[in-house]
Design a protein around this ligand. Structure first.
Ligand SMILES: [Zn+2]
Ligand SMILES: [Zn+2]
Length: 288
């Protein structure tokens, strides 16, 4: 099994990406959770265009990618699991869980630090929430994520197969939980004990800053529950809530790739940074 994954890494990744994209796209057409507010053709063209642009940038900057770093860590004996003899099963499961935790911490951090929030705003500025939102990140944030991932791999020394599994799982869960779809409430309640569901992550895309500073998890929902950032539902309900960020709503700023790429460099940062997290909402002008 491990051998098979290592030898077929590319087709496995591509298969999951396009397979899940297709399933989610059809599901969104068949049973959309919310009415879209912007042109779907415009958003999809630009969001997917950004995904291709990002993969091109990453391939040029980091040709060896995370798997290359994991192989090199193994060869040099770097990291926890390359130093201590642990059963491969434990090492794989622990590595995937720990890498997911790092993503959670990173996500909280890009909300907390104003200059990083500038980059991460790109993910939140999407005026609608669907499968393409899940892959919509500014190239500088993707580069930052890669560097954090490389550092994690060097410290952790995860089995190479764990890195591939982690990346495929993250890719699949991000597409699933950004879906403009809903699950039956009873199923959603049970599932969100083990997996971030679309209704759970949608809360994080609310324009309301206290809601946007909740539900940071991408795959595992445990970190939000453990660290007190979990929020059950949006105040306005899933159909009534507003998706996006304050101030930027114009299609040329939030839908077109030119607006998306330049968004981090525009305006003052006064909103959302986690140190301004408000529970009362009495000084509303802070968010403007
Ligand atoms: Zn976020
Ligand atoms: Zn998101």
């Amino acid at each position: 099994m491990e051998e098979f994954i290592l030898q077929n890494e590319k087709p496995i990744r591509m298969g999951f990406f396009f397979g899940v994209l297709l399933i989610m796209a059809l599901w969104e057409i068949a049973a959309p959770r919310r009415k879209l507010t912007a042109s779907k053709t415009l958003r999809w063209t630009n969001n997917i265009g950004l995904v291709f642009f990002n993969s091109f940038v990453i391939r040029i900057l980091f040709p060896a990618a995370a798997v290359g770093v994991a192989i090199s860590a193994k060869e040099h004996g770097y990291g926890l699991f390359n130093t201590y003899d642990v059963s491969p099963f434990i090492a794989i499961v622990a590595s995937v869980v720990i890498m997911d935790f790092v993503i959670y911490v990173q996500h909280v951090m890009v909300h907390a630090i104003p200059v990083l929030w500038r980059l991460h705003r790109v993910h939140h500025a999407d005026p609608d929430y669907d499968v393409t939102t899940g892959a919509r990140f500014h190239p500088l944030e993707i580069i930052l994520s890669m560097l954090i991932k490389f550092a994690t791999i060097l410290l952790l020394g995860p089995p190479v197969v764990a890195v591939i599994l982690f990346e495929v799982i993250l890719n699949v869960t991000a597409m699933f939980n950004h879906g403009n779809v809903g699950l039956p409430p009873a199923l959603d309640r049970v599932l969100r004990w083990v997996l971030v569901t679309p209704d759970m992550h949608r809360v994080h895309h609310s324009v309301e800053d206290d809601e946007a500073n909740s539900n940071f998890g991408f795959s595992l929902p445990w970190w939000d529950r453990l660290f007190g950032t979990y929020r059950d539902q949006p105040r306005g309900g899933h159909e009534g809530m507003t998706i996006g960020i304050h101030k930027y709503h114009d299609a040329k700023d939030v839908c077109w790739i030119t607006g998306i790429l330049t968004l981090p460099f525009r305006g003052e940062i006064s909103e959302y940074a986690i140190n301004r997290r408000q529970w009362g909402g009495d000084d509303e002008e802070q968010n403007e």
